[in-house]
Design a binder for this molecule. Sequence first.
Ligand SMILES: [Zn+2]
Length: 406
Amino acid sequence: MSLINKLEDEIKGIWTIDTHEHIYPFNTIIKKNPTIFEILEGSYVSWIVPMPKKGDYEELSRRLKRVRGSAFLKSCIKAIHDIYGVDIRDLSPYSLMLASKKINEAYKNKEWQREVLRRARIKKCILDPYWNIWIEKYDKELFVLALRINMFLFGYNTEARDHNGNSPYDLAKKLGYAINNFDDYLDFIDKVFQRAKERGFVCLKSALAYDRALYFEEVSEEEARRIFGKSENELSQKEKMKFGDFIMHYILSKAEEYSFPIQIHTGLAIIEGSNPMNLVNLFRKYPDVKFILFHGGYPWTSEIAALLLSFPNVYADLCWLPIISPTVASRLLRELIEITGGSRIMWGGDCWVVEGAYGALLTMKQILIKVLAEYIEERFLTLSDVISIAESILRLNAEELFNLKY
Ligand SMILES: [Zn+2]
C-alpha cells in the first residue's frame, strides 16, 4: 500500500466532531416531503442558482448545468452518490428524478438522519437552532447545543428583531421572566446563560455579521441605560448600534463568568463589516474568553491565520469554507497548520440537511488528504505526524475546547 493510500484510509476512518450545523429536526424535514430539491436547498446550491418549482426536473436540470463547476453542487453530487447510490453527475432530469425517489423513500426510516451521520463518521454535531434558540425537542444523541446571542443586542425595545425575526422579549415570556427596566434586562440575560449552562449548552454563537458590522465599541452603562426602552421612532441608528455594542461586551463578560466559548460568524454576510480584524479589541479585552472564528473569515483568510498567531484565545473553525471554495480552504489550512502546528483548528458542515453535512465532510477530508500528502512529499512532516494532525482538526481540538463528554 502506498503512503498516500494509507493516509487516505486513515483519514476516511476518523470519527469527527462537527462543530456547526443547522440540521432540521426530523419532523420538520419530513413535512417538506424531501426530494433532491430540499437537499440542494439545504446545502447552499440554491444560493447560487434559484430553484425552479418543486417537481420541474427539466428546468432544474437546465439550471444546474449552468453552474456545474460550483463547489456546493459538487459536494452534493458526491454525497448523493455515496448515500443513495445514484450518480447525478450528468445532471439529467432522469437522474435527478431518480435521486428524489431514493431520498423520499429513505426518509420513511425515522432513524435516517442518524444513519447518514453515522455513515459519515460524525460523532456529534453542535446545533445552532436559530429558529428556536431554546429548543427542547432534538436528537440528544446526535446534537449538543450552541446558544444564539443575536437577539439580545436588539433588546432596546420590544418591537426590534434580529435578522431571523427573534426578540429577547419572546424568550423572556417563554421562560417566565418579567422585564420592566434595564436592570431586569441585564439580569434576564444572566439568567438565560445560567440556565443554558445547566441545560448543557456548550457555547455561544454569534451570527451578528448578518445584522451589523463586527466592530463593538466600548459604551458606558449610563448610555445604554438611557437608550433602553425608547420606541423605534425615538431611536437613531447610532443609538441602536451603541446599545448592541454595550450588550456584546456584557455578553462577553458573562461568557467569561460561565466559561462559554463563543463561535463567531466572520467574513461574507454583510460583507463591508464582516472582516474579523474588527474583533481585535474584544480578543484583547477578554483574554479568558475563547473566540472561535468561523468560515476562515473569507475573504480575509490570512487575517484569521495571523489572529491565531497573535492571540492564544482565538481559534479557527473552517466550517462552510471547504464547500465555498476547496482552493481557499486548502490554502488557509496550510497557513493554519504551519502557524498553530495543528492545534486550535476545527471543522463544521453548516448545512440544513444531513446529506449536506455528509458532502461537506467528504470535501473537508479530501482537502486534508491533499494538503497532508503534500507535507509528506515535501518531507515537512511524516505519515504519523499528519495522521495526528488530522485527528486533532477533525475531532480532538473540538472535544477539548467544548469539553465534550459522552
Ligand atoms: Zn451557520
